[in-house]
Design a protein around this ligand. Structure first.
Ligand SMILES: Cc1ncc(COP(=O)(O)OP(=O)(O)O)c(N)n1
Ligand SMILES: Cc1ncsc1CCOP(=O)(O)O
Ligand SMILES: [Mg+2]
Length: 263
């Protein structure tokens, strides 16, 4: 049996259209993702923004899912559940404007990872009831990556959500390596980043620093060293089942497992 824990570092692709010069030397979602995977990242969230047609989103997702397979990492798709299905992703991340979590649960494979956005204890509890595997909580700090967000909730707001629900909390919004450690201290299971890797001068080194900050150093002993080695018979669905094995609760109505362990 492989690792049962939700990875603590979620690397989110940066698909912004940039008016000026690229924000980093490797500002290409596929190149930056490969650098992060090579550094030891174990979960990528593919986040094609609205200017991506479904075809462009599919092409990006298929390329990144293949890279994730190669490195033995999990891969989630933001918003577009049908793209996740089409590329056989490990799951999705859904927010208030997306397909409801319980609806996605009904159509995705049983062990799928489904993240839900929450900003406060009430929305966190609702996402849990709907069947979320983990919560993406933020913005904890201000971010230049996404516009139109509400005021940052700060470490206090993050801690309040962590207290309220027994689900892994992934902090998002303005995360740096230094802040990632603060999020962990506030009770978060891990962090999600866009700019800290995609806009870094050296995305690979930035990933190493973030992994260390969340206690998932690529050089430290892994729960399962085979996770980063592609082996014969390896498939994304096998990895989904492995992550799902850490789930703690069975939803009575669907028999689906949810609640990847926080430890
Ligand atoms: C880990 C994580 N947390 C939060 C979000 C934000 O999701 P959402 O609120 O649906 O906003 P968009 O990302 O879709 O613009 C996320 N993607 N990942
Ligand atoms: C999608 C999203 N939702 C809340 S903050 C955010 C963007 C986070 O990007 P960054 O890590 O660059 O601050
Ligand atoms: Mg969304």
């Amino acid at each position: 049996m492989r690792a049962t824990r939700l990875p603590r570092l979620h690397v989110i692709t940066d698909t912004r259209v940039l008016d000026a010069a690229p924000v980093g030397p490797l500002h290409d979602p596929i190149i930056a993702t490969e650098a992060a995977l090579a550094a030891g990242a174990r979960l990528v969230q593919i986040r094609p923004e609205d200017h991506y047609t479904d075809r462009a989103a599919f092409d990006l997702a298929a390329a990144i899912a293949a890279l994730c397979d190669q490195y033995g990492a999990a891969c989630l798709v933001n918003d577009r559940v049908h793209i996740a299905q089409a590329v056989g992703a490990d799951g999705v991340h859904l927010g208030a404007d997306d397909l409801p979590i319980d609806a996605a649960r009904r159509i995705l494979p049983p062990a799928s990872i489904i993240g839900g956005t929450a900003r406060d204890p009430e929305s966190a509890r609702a996402a849990r009831r709907a069947g979320a595997t983990y919560l993406g909580v933020g913005p904890v700090w201000g971010t230049t990556t996404k516009t139109g967000l509400p005021q940052p909730i700060g470490l206090e707001g993050l801690a309040a959500v962590c207290e309220a629900v027994d689900l892994p909390v992934i902090a998002i919004g303005g995360i740096t390596a230094e802040r990632a450690a603060l999020c962990r201290a506030a009770g978060a299971h891990g962090v999600a980043v866009v700019g800290a890797i995609a806009a870094a001068a050296d995305p690979r080194q930035a990933t190493v620093e973030l992994l260390e900050a969340v206690g998932e150093s690529p050089t430290a002993g892994r729960e399962d060293d085979s996770r980063n080695t592609r082996t014969a018979g390896d498939s994304r669905s096998e990895r989904v089942r492995a992550v799902g094995a850490g789930h703690t609760e069975e939803t009575p109505d669907t028999g689906l497992l949810r609640g990847v362990g926080r430890a």
